[in-house]
Design a protein around this ligand. Structure first.
Ligand code: HEM
Length: 631
């Protein structure tokens, strides 16, 4: 009996070894044929067991002689593109393959290849198995390909239009004022050390997305529901759980998004049974949010059937109308679960991405007061002292996006794109060719691809630079310098960055198609700047995100300055007695620490401080301690 079991185990082990060795031999042959440089790795970077356990193995593997591991080990750490920045690319080149028994993985840090891959959607589809977890509420635009994706995109994208961006702009202005009231305190004096900027910016974008996604207006502490709000909407706005719930609408959504990783990774039955506080909260928020979504869905269906529509963008309402609305026949129809899936996906895609961008832009401007002063001057030129309620979207948005605030956002997204490596794949049934620097390469069928946004956006081949003033590096490509985007209008005579003109896909996949505001800013080589991806599968919410972020930054910098808090090194009383040079030295400590803290960001869904914060103070303009004289 024992010998039979031993034999079975032995045979299984032998078969496992045989199948791995033969796959590796085939993959190496394919890699050779491709023409790309490659290294052989024992495991694929996207292998699930590796992803869960790599923290155990990497320290052990690092003990091996460096010359055995240097070609493959760095590429096995999931966040390497962010942790190691451009360094490994310098050594191995901007197109490099990791070959393992599990498959071939191409790391792309090359603009020409990026552009070809993003524009040839059918040749380089999304690896849908990596996106499956995002179907927790139903199939949606990001988890589908081919005809099904087309249907989702065509129904969703018309909502992302300029008419709705007007509403996004005014809602963002109003929510930013709510956040500022919280930061400045009841007397509006400010000057309080704030540790909660990351959570407040998350709350801010949650409020904005709730309004534009569901038509629900959420409130900051001390605010009361708008009198015009209908009774049902006011129930959702409330901070107390509505009937049949154990959490309020806002709480359930914010806790769910905070614990989303657990909800996506664990099956519902397991999440329900795990005894930890964090999993209990995740489950409770998930159940509450599902109920809220179903309630809102039912309400939108009855509105659509009755031919009524809520004012505003209301993404869920417009998805519902595409299937249930009066006189909407002939349009592609989404299943109910597709509608719920897309409504939730919009929140996931639009919430953390924009919150991080606002948070890091604020922190970078606190570290770098010179561009902050430029931003304040520009906001003053555009809006003067006019209150944000009266700001006109149409006449101001392109000046904002084409000026220093647009440059701040571009620079922040260059350094810290929320998606640090965009996954793609090669069609499973056919090899695909890439032409780079006039040379032909063959991508083997079924290979996986990672578009290395962090690396490409720092690749000195595409980005002009000057010596760093904050480190001993010869280039400043790791530094936040929004001024690099400010060039004379049309000086290079090239197409604007977000021009649709050189897209290889004839279909209109929605999104903003108006005159580009980027025309006034530096125009990077196509494919070298992809924070929103590119081509048909680029971000449908790009313009909306830009509008939202411009509005929030403009509201803040119209009246206020943001400075790093220096409490760790000096009290307010000590500062009051210091000379400018002494203050400069104290601020330098805070700048160094803040820069180090930013580097501790990691990517769980998106790149952010998980957890962590950089303490800052928001003060009225004219009351700065540092930002008026430090560069
Ligand atoms: C700074 C903010 C944002 C950044 C940097 C960003 C970035 C991206 C990137 C890189 C992709 C491609 C992802 C992939 O291929 O896996 C993407 C796709 C997408 N984004 Fe955004 N995004 C932002 C904001 C938003 C907002 C506000 C929304 C909506 C409210 C949104 C909705 C979407 C959707 C629906 C897709 C999938 C498009 C498709 O597959 O056809 N995003 N975004």
């Amino acid at each position: 009996m024992v010998s039979t079991v031993a034999l079975a185990i032995g045979a299984t082990a032998l078969y496992w070894i045989y199948s791995n060795v033969s796959s590796l031999i085939k993959n190496v042959a394919d890699a050779k044929r491709s023409g790309f440089p490659y290294s052989i790795s024992p495991v694929a970077p996207y292998n699930t067991i590796w992803l869960v356990t790599y923290k155990l193995w990497v320290p052990l593997l690092k003990r091996l002689p460096v010359f055995w591991t240097e070609d493959w080990l760095p590429f096995l750490t999931p966040d390497w593109t962010w942790e190691l920045l451009f360094e490994p690319v310098k050594r191995v080149g901007d197109l490099y393959m990791t070959v393992s028994p599990g498959g071939i993985y191409l790391w792309v840090t090359n603009a020409e290849a990026m552009h070809q891959i993003t524009s040839r959607r059918e040749a380089f589809p999304k690896p849908l198995e990596s996106y499956k977890v995002l179907e927790v509420f139903g199939r949606n635009i990001i988890t589908t390909e081919g005809g099904e994706w087309r249907k989702h995109r065509k129904i969703i994208s018309p909502g992302f239009n300029e008419k709705n961006n007007v509403l996004v702009f005014s809602e963002s202005c109003s929510q930013a004022q709510g956040m500022l009231r919280k930061w400045m305190g009841p007397e509006e004096n400010g000057n309080i050390t704030l540790e909660e900027v990351p959570t407040d910016t998350m709350r801010l974008t949650l409020h904005i997305i709730s309004r534009i996604g569901f038509g629900v207006r959420l409130l900051w502490p001390g605010e009361t529901p708008d009198e015009k709000e209908d009774a049902q909407a006011a129930v959702y706005s409330s901070n107390t759980p509505s009937s049949g719930h154990t959490m309020s609408f806002e709480n359930s959504l914010s806790i769910l998004l905070d614990r989303l990783f657990l909800v996506l990774m664990l099956p519902e039955w397991l999440l329900k049974r795990l005894p930890f506080q964090i999993t209990k909260e995740a489950y409770e928020s998930f159940i509450n949010w599902r109920q809220y979504m179903n309630q809102i869905f039912a309400q939108k269906v009855s509105e659509a059937k009755a031919g009524r529509r809520s004012e505003g963008m209301d993404i869920m309402g417009s998805l519902v109308r595409s299937s249930y609305g009066k006189g909407e026949s002939g349009k592609a129809i989404l299943l109910d679960s597709d509608i719920l899936g897309n409504a939730f996906l919009m929140i996931v895609a639009g919430h953390e991405t924009t919150a991080n961008s606002i948070h890091f832009s604020l922190v970078e401007l606190a570290i770098n007061p010179k561009p902050q002063r430029l931003a304040q001057k520009e906001v003053q030129n555009i809006f003067g002292d006019e209150p944000p309620e009266k700001w006109d979207y149409e006449s101001s948005i392109n000046s904002l996006l084409g000026g220093i605030l647009g440059a701040v956002l571009n620079e922040e997204l260059r350094l810290m794109p929320p998606v640090i490596a965009i996954p793609k794949s090669v069609t499973s049934d056919k090899d695909q060719e890439l032409i780079v620097d006039g040379k032909k390469f063959t991508m083997p069928a079924g290979s996986r691809i990672a578009l290395n946004t962090v690396g490409t956006q720092r690749n000195p081949r595409y980005w002009p630079s000057q010596p760093s003033v904050v480190s001993d590096r010869k280039d400043d490509l790791n530094d936040f310098r929004p001024e690099r985007w400010l060039t004379k209008p049309g000086s290079d005579g090239k197409l604007p960055l977000d021009s649709a003109e050189d897209s290889d896909d004839d279909d209109d996949f929605g999104g903003f198609t108006g005159k580009s505001s980027h025309a006034k800013l530096f125009h990077p080589v196509r494919g070298s700047y992809l924070p929103f991806s590119d081509g048909p599968r680029s971000c449908v919410g790009r313009r909306l995100a830009q509008v939202k972020i411009m509005a929030v930054l403009a509201v803040i910098f119209q009246k206020y300055s943001i400075e790093l808090a220096v409490d760790q090194w000096a009290t307010d009383e000590e500062l009051a007695k210091m000379s400018q040079e002494e203050k400069r030295a104290v601020y330098k400590k805070a700048q160094d620490k803040a820069r180090k803290t930013i580097r501790t960001a990691n990517s769980i869904i998106t790149l952010k401080l998980h957890p962590g914060f950089i303490p800052v103070r928001v003060v009225r303009k004219g009351e700065e301690k540092f930002a008026h004289f430090i560069d």
